[in-house]
Design a protein around this ligand. Structure first.
Ligand code: 8YV
Length: 311
């Protein structure tokens, strides 16, 4: 008999097919599966979930045989790593493989904001071309970009920004030794010294609302905020106020609090480009992520330590 696993959110079809070959897959997002899932929970040894979705302690408690939670992503903010460790559950992520794509979406948002890409698309479709004038954009060249959180994704963003002729500075919670970029002493100092502030920092209790009203004020009326990390690291009420009253110029956002049910005020926020959390969402990267999830779960069933355990 195939072992049962729980799939919390959909993955790519070819990855799910691989799961189906090896395991009995209980899909939590299929309401029709509820009764079968309830019956299977005591025997489930592995869960696959998304970084933005995670797994609550309440769900972990329902699965006494659980040995591995394989996150299809790098964020661990939606799972209690200590609680899982206390129950001898390995939590794994998919490090490395999504770095470039997340940095790319940051660049796409930055250029999209600077050059009014979304606005231009709407302008052409609405038949305004020729009838109305379109605003000039801004060049990234010569601008200062501040990276909040200089991990793998922050570094990949910085390299790309340099190729656009931008001057890179950063703030990181712990010292970073393998870079020549200017280090700032606080998020506030970083914002003061940046034209574009790019949020790449991991979400945790310590980084919640780290971009607050003061940081936005320091970024200033010409400043642009880009967020490819998590909604929770930005005080969204302060951000909406700052966009609406001109405290900052514009924002490009891939992530939000309470996705996909985001604050409605974002829908009418001026000078803002919104994406539905697509940082790692390319065919190539989602395959690579899926392979890692498969490998971690396979390792658990083989009695080995899952290769990218983080807790
Ligand atoms: C994914 C993410 O969108 O890596 C993360 O933490 O949030 C993203 O890569 C997500 O994990 C897929 O559900």
């Amino acid at each position: 008999m195939k072992p049962g696993i729980l799939l919390v959110e959909p993955m790519m079809q070819i990855i799910e097919e691989r799961f189906d070959e090896i395991y009995t897959v209980h899909r939590l997002y299929e309401p029709a599966h509820k009764a079968a899932i309830d019956a299977a929970l005591p025997g489930i040894r592995a869960v696959a979930t998304g970084g933005g979705t995670g797994l609550s302690n309440e769900w972990i408690e329902k699965m006494p045989s659980l040995g591995v939670v394989a996150i299809n992503g790098v964020g661990t903010d939606k799972i209690d790593l200590k609680f899982a460790r206390g129950r001898n559950i390995d939590v794994t992520t998919t490090p490395g493989v999504l770095t470039d794509d997340v940095a790319d979406i940051g660049i796409a948002l930055m250029l999209g904001v600077l050059r009014h890409v979304a606005k231009g698309d709407a302008f052409v479709r609405q038949g305004k071309w020729g009838a109305e004038s379109f605003p000039l954009g801004h060049s990234p060249k010569g601008k200062r970009v501040g990276i909040l959180g200089l991990g793998q994704i922050g570094k990949a963003f910085g390299k790309r920004a340099e190729a656009f002729g931008m001057a890179v500075r950063y703030w990181n919670r712990s010292p970073v030794t393998d870079t020549n970029w200017k280090s700032c002493s606080s998020p506030l100092e970083l914002a003061e010294d940046s034209d574009v502030l790019v949020v790449c920092i991991a979400a945790s209790a310590a980084t919640q609302n780290i971009v607050d009203a003061n940081v936005l004020k320091a970024l200033g009326s010409g400043g642009i905020l880009i967020n490819v990390a998590r909604g929770s690291v930005v005080d969204e009420d302060a951000l909406l106020a700052a966009l609406n009253d001109g405290t900052i110029a514009a924002a490009g956002l891939d992530v939000f609090v309470n996705e996909p049910t985001i604050r409605e005020a974002f829908l009418s926020a001026p000078n803002t480009v919104l994406m539905p959390h697509q940082g790692s969402a390319t065919v190539e990267t989602r395959i690579a992520m899926g392979e890692l999830v498969l490998a971690n779960i396979a390792a658990h069933f083989a009695g080995e330590k899952p290769p990218t355990t983080v807790n």
